[in-house]
Ligand binder design. Structure first.
Ligand SMILES: NC(=O)c1ccc[n+]([C@@H]2O[C@H](COP(=O)([O-])OP(=O)(O)OC[C@H]3O[C@@H](n4cnc5c(N)ncnc54)[C@H](O)[C@@H]3O)[C@@H](O)[C@H]2O)c1
Length: 446
C-alpha cells in the first residue's frame, strides 16, 4: 500500500476533542489534496470523524468549514491550477467553495465506532485513559481485516503498553501532535521495538506533508515534551511553596510565575502554562508517568488540592482561558487563587511589593516576543544570564536556580535515553513550547 492508498480510508477517534479536531482538519486537507491528483481521479477518499458526542461533532463540522475556508484562501493560486479544467470555476470564490466542498465531502461525522473497521489508518485522540484507548483499538483491530495502523496521540502512556494490551504488534506508534495541532509545528514520533519500519516511514512522510517538525522520542512515559514540562512545573511549584514560608502562597505563585516568564524570558509563566494545559491534565500526566520512574516522585499536593476544589484551568469552547491558579481577564492574569480561603486575590494588591522583593531584571533584558527573533542566542542569553550571577537579588537567585534545574532536566532526558541527544530536547522546547532558547545550554554554569 503506497502513501496515497494508506490515506484513502482513515478514521480519527475523539474527532470532536481539542486534539482530534485539529488532526481531523489536517488530515482532511491532506486527503482532499491527494484526491485532487489526476491519478486519484474517481477514487473515493473517506475520513471518519468518530466521537461519542453528537453535539461535539456538529460543532466540529462548523469549525472544519471555517478553517478550510482560511486554508483555501491561502492556496487559491494552487487551487486555480488544480481546477484549471473546470470552466465553470471562474471567480476566486467559486474555486474556494469548490475546495471546501471537496474537503467536506470526504469527512463523515459519526458516533459509530464500526466505521473504522474499514480504515487502513486510525488516529486515536480520545481522552487520556490507557484502558479506554486499548479497548477501542483492540475492538477496531479485531474487526478490521486490513491490518490497520494506529497512530495514537497519547501524551504520556508508553506506546508499547498500548501495543501489548491491544495486541497490535508493530502496527502502532505515537504520533504526538502539540496543541493546537493545526498551528503547532512539532510532532514527537515514538516507535516501539516492534513498529514496522514502513509505518514509521509513512508517519515521517505524512508529518512532512503537513509541514511539521518531527522529533523522535524514545518510548518512555511523557516522552520528551512532557518529560521536561512536568518536572519543570514541579520545580516552579516547589519554589513557590518554599517562598510561601515567608509570605502568602498567592504572592509566591505570582512571584514564581514572574520568574519563569520575565526573568527566564519564556512565553508564559509556569503557573499560566499549567492553567493553559489544565491542572487536571498535568496531574493526570504525572500520575501516568510516576509508576515508570524509579528515582523520582512526580506528584504535587497543591495540584491535588486545586483539583479537589474544582479549580482546573483549561479552555472554554471559545478558546478563552478558564481560571486556574490565575484568574484571567481577556487572557491577562489579574488575580491568584488562594487555596486556603478558596477565593481569588487581586494581583494589584501585592504586585508592587513582590516585584520589589524580586529585584530588577538585568539591563540587557529583552522580552520574549522580541527575544525569540534573536538569531545568535548564545551571544544574547549568555551575557544576560551571566549578569544574574553578579546580582544579589532574590529574583536573580530564583532565576539561576530555575534555569539550572531546567538544564538538568533536559540533560537527564538524554541520560535516561528518552531523547537521543541534547539537540532533540532543545528542538522540542523551542518548537513545542516556544521557548526562546533551548533548556540545555551553558548559561547557568557556575
Ligand atoms: N490537550 C492537549 O494539550 C494535548 C496535547 C497533546 C496530546 N494530547 C492527548 O490527546 C488526547 C486527546 O486529548 P484532548 O485534549 O483533545 O481531549 P478532549 O477531552 O478535548 O477530547 C477527547 C475527545 O474524545 C472523545 N471520546 C471520549 N471517549 C470516547 C469514545 N469512547 N469514543 C469516541 N470518542 C470518545 C470525547 O467526546 C472528546 O471529544 C489525549 O490522549 C491527550 O493526552 C492532548
Amino acid at each position: 500500500m503506497n502513501y496515497d492508498e494508506r490515506l484513502q480510508h482513515v478514521s480519527v477517534l475523539g474527532a470532536a476533542g481539542k486534539m482530534g479536531s485539529g488532526i481531523l482538519l489536517l488530515t482532511a486537507v491532506e486527503m482532499a489534496d491527494l484526491s485532487l491528483k489526476p491519478e486519484n481521479k474517481g477514487k473515493a477518499f473517506v475520513l471518519n470523524a468518530i466521537d461519542l458526542s453528537d453535539e461535539g461533532l456538529a460543532g466540529l463540522m462548523d469549525y472544519l468549514r471555517a478553517q478550510v475556508l482560511k486554508i483555501a484562501e491561502k492556496k487559491a493560486v494552487w487551487l486555480r491550477s488544480v481546477y484549471a479544467d473546470r470552466d465553470h470555476l471562474i471567480e476566486n470564490y467559486h474555486i474556494i467553495d469548490q475546495y471546501i466542498n471537496d474537503v467536506m465531502r470526504i469527512v463523515r461525522p459519526t458516533t459509530a465506532m464500526e466505521v473504522a473497521y474499514k480504515s487502513s489508518l486510525v488516529f486515536e485522540a480520545v481522552s487520556e485513559n490507557k484502558d479506554l484507548k486499548v479497548k477501542l483499538l483492540k475492538q477496531i483491530d479485531q474487526n478490521n481485516p486490513h491490518k490497520t495502523w494506529f497512530f495514537t496521540n497519547t501524551s504520556s502512556v508508553p506506546i508499547h503498553f498500548i501495543e501489548d494490551e491491544a495486541g497490535l504488534k508493530g502496527r502502532v506508534l505515537g504520533f504526538h501532535f502539540y496543541n493546537p495541532p493545526a498551528v503547532q509545528k512539532l510532532v514527537e514520533l515514538i516507535v516501539t521495538a516492534n513498529t514496522l519500519p514502513e509505518a514509521s516511514a509513512f508517519a515521517g512522510n505524512y508529518a512532512k506533508a503537513l509541514g511539521k517538525v518531527v522529533v523522535p522520542s524514545n518510548d518512555f512515559a511523557g516522552f520528551i515534551g512532557n518529560g521536561h514540562f512536568m518536572r519543570d512545573a514541579l520545580h516552579g511549584i516547589h519554589e513557590a511553596l518554599d517562598l510561601a514560608g515567608d509570605r502568602p502562597l498567592t504572592e509566591a505563585i505570582y512571584m514564581m510565575n514572574k520568574i519563569s516568564q520575565d526573568f527566564l524570558v519564556r512565553p508564559m509563566g509556569i503557573f499560566q502554562l499549567i492553567d493553559y494545559v489544565g491542572v487536571d491534565v498535568v496531574q493526570f500526566i504525572m500520575k501516568v508517568m510516576n509508576p515508570h520512574l524509579a528515582d523520582e516522585d512526580l506528584h504535587s499536593d497543591l495540584l491535588d488540592n486545586m483539583m479537589e476544589q474544582g479549580i482546573i484551568g483549561g479552555q472554554h469552547s471559545s478558546g478563552a482561558q478558564k481560571d486556574g491558579f490565575l484568574k484571567y481577564e481577556k487572557g491577562v492574569p489579574t488575580a491568584v487563587y488562594d487555596v486556603e480561603k478558596k477565593t481569588y486575590v487581586d494581583i494589584s494588591q501585592f504586585a508592587a511589593s513582590c516585584d520589589e522583593a524580586l529585584g530588577k531584571l538585568p539591563e540587557s533584558f529583552v522580552p520574549w516576543k522580541n527575544a525569540v527573533k534573536i538569531k545568535d542566542k548564545d551571544t544574547h542569553f549568555g551575557p544576560y544570564f551571566a549578569s544574574f550571577k553578579g546580582m544579589d537579588s532574590l529574583g536573580a537567585k530564583l532565576a539561576l536556580r530555575y534555569g539550572k534545574r531546567s538544564d538538568a532536566i533536559g540533560r537527564k532526558l538524554v541520560a535516561d535515553k528518552v531523547a537521543n541527544n541534547e539537540q532533540d530536547v532543545n528542538t522540542v522546547m523551542l518548537t513545542g513550547f516556544f521557548h526562546a532558547y533551548g533548556p540545555i545550554n551553558n548559561y547557568f554554569n557556575d
